[in-house]
Design a protein around this ligand. Sequence first.
Ligand code: CP3
Length: 353
Amino acid sequence: MNTPVNQTNPSSKRMLAALQGHVTDRPPFWFMRQAGRYLPEYREVRSQAGNFLDLCYNSSLATEVTLQPIRRFGMDAAILFADILLVCDALGQDLSYQEGEGPVLDAIRSAEDLTKLNTNNCDATLAPVYDTVSRLSQDLPKETTLIGFAGAPWTVAAYMVEGRGSKDFAEPRLFALRDPDGFQQLIDILVEVTTEYLSKQVQAGAEAVQLFDSWSGQVPAAGFEAWCVEPVRKITAALKEKHPGLPVIGFPRGAGPQLTTYMAKTGVDAVSLDQSMPVDWVAQYVQPTGTVQGNLDPLAVVAGGDAMIDQARGIVEALHTGPFVFNLGHGLVPQTPPDHVEALSTWLREGAQ
Ligand code: CP3
């Protein structure tokens, strides 16, 4: 049995108590991409809004779609509705979301291209996001924790340099190899704007923040500390200095055994686990130093039934002896039947036995 990291009085909110290092009566739960296309009411609002960026910058509609899954399923936490690439738009990089293709950006391929970015104007673009956070902090049920988020610098830089989604993100990896100083300049810009962005979310009412490093698994082991650990360490330290006690969750997807280094060196309170992480290994090597969150295969929720609940039970049995938040290994996918999310939520709310 693991020892809780923190012996102080737990927050009355289950999610915050778990992030403080406490073992809770039942695991708190939320799901990455809990707002989104698998919900008919999301698709309805999305079509009203026009394009995806318009939805992100419309604080009344963004508040509504954040609340939709909470109303249906009663998760312990709501995650602000926005996107990790809004900071690219705020920096002046051309960004659009194309149907069926995902994000498309005006790619940055060299240190000279960095002069196109402007760090002084971010607030003008991002103000509606802060407004969404403050509306949510009014509108959410009192037991629900509000999570703010941003992309971690490596992952945001990966999209900025590649210019679109990719299976291997060869362009940013080559940039980092050929011109590490130039690439570091991009990372430094992102550390600065991400710290400011998250700090303003906290000022507006976010109670915890998550840094998504969806593509850290593409970084070679030799670059992991420089590109995935150090930027997150800087952001976490700056945030905790401004907001003492703020819980920070890191999600270095695909980091594998480097999770232990990540947890030890970044200073995050919690790590989110992708579905490839063996939970017994996590219980032994990661959880003694912090809270863990995860890690049901999103496709188990597409399958539903015993396949879903049996896998979920295995995770809870391995990890609920220490500080733990139930989540998925990655986001809910659009083909997920809402009934399966309902069945999983009911099972979790009733004690996950
Ligand atoms: O409910 C939530 O989780 C909150 C909102 C949220 C979105 N994106 C909304 C979204 C969050 C936390 C994100 C994070 C995000 N965005 C990540 C990190 C997590 C991950 O999935 O790895 C990344 C890499 C992005 C960038 C991004 N945004 C991509 C690659 C895409 C296209 C792929 C896709 O699923 O369509 C998006 C679009 C996006 N972001 C959608 C949503 C609901 C779908 C857009 C739509 O409605 O048309």
